[in-house]
Design a protein around this ligand. Sequence first.
Ligand code: CTP
Length: 403
Amino acid sequence: MSRVVLGVSGGIAAYKACGLLRLLAEGGHEVTVVPTAHALRFVGEVTWAALSGRPVHTDVFTGAQDVPHVRLGREADLVVVAPATADLLSRAATGRADDLLTNVLLTATCPVLMVPAMHTEMWLHPATVANVATLRERGVIVMHPDSGRLTGADSGPGRLPEPDDIAAVATSLLGDDGVATAMRRRDFAGRHLAVSAGGTREHLDPVRFIGNASSGKMGLAIARAARLRGARVTVVAANLSVPVGGDVDVVPVGSTAELAAAMAAASADADVIVMAAAPADFTPVSASDTKLKKDGDAGLSVELTQTTDVLAGLVRSRREGQVIVGFAAETAEGEQLLELARAKLARKGCDLLVVNDVSGGKVFGAAENRVTILGPAGIVASGQGDKNVVAHRILDAIVGLSN
Ligand code: CTP
């Protein structure tokens, strides 16, 4: 039986959380409800107690002898916040601890699933967008609100997803191969994982470069997931557009040559190497020390030469027992995508290849991704959704190699 904390914040969609509570309790989970003071104005304590069959915790000071603000978070297998209002997201993103639910969020060591619900203007407000991005960067799984009729006459994105859909995501996180289970197992304890993230830049002059749109989010999600599963982690970080979370060693790099050197150094005692970065494949034969000036109406021709293939180099110098994972960014779909990926896997010689379709710029910079994980014998697994969840699927596939 899993222990779930259901946090409810103060929005009209709190009434729908009653249905979610029922589904989670019927699924055999022990659900403790932690409503905020504002949530209690929409649905009362008695309803939560009756539906959960358990005492409801509403504030930090009641039952202080049990230290509920620490115990509930520490003991939980999963924390679900539904609805998560704009205010709750803001307080969580800034690390406030001004009520019991925000204390639980600060002490939880398990996966946290946030299910936002609010009016469209609030959901699209830059403050909320930034808060959601911050939470995701810290590993929180944030569901997209549904689009449709909101309270009053308006409609748009901001509706709480249906309780069935939320329960399905929660159940998948708790299942035998779920994120909560993986984190509890700490199956990467004692292993060193080196992961590259971001995109490299090859300078033409001090201000211009050839680069790519990789944000580093996928590589950082893998780093975070591996930390949560007990690994020591080194991140070789190439021009990231998002901050690296705490508790990992970071080696900043700029160019593909720097990335190659940093990965070679990190791989000396790494048990697992993941090349999630997008290295630039070409570099100018010569770069100017001073800013290139326009010459009348004349264009500019630049001679480029190929950079080193970092992944192929790491495979060539692989140590006994080392697992090496590559990524494949392709602009194709279906069978054609797989065909390109199979050829790339054979060419690179790595153990696993994480394949994604990057057509139309999707994936780069996005919070979500869809991947197929390929091994020499064929498809090993696939993953879809929040990059934090996809990261765990990739780690599961790595663990699967030694089973
Ligand atoms: N990679 C690398 N060094 C490079 C280019 C790519 O180590 N100079 C790695 C990437 O980090 C990724 C894998 O190789 O793990 C595949 O990268 P991808 O961009 O999909 O393929 P390329 O090798 O660049 O081949 P192509 O551009 O022809 O598809």
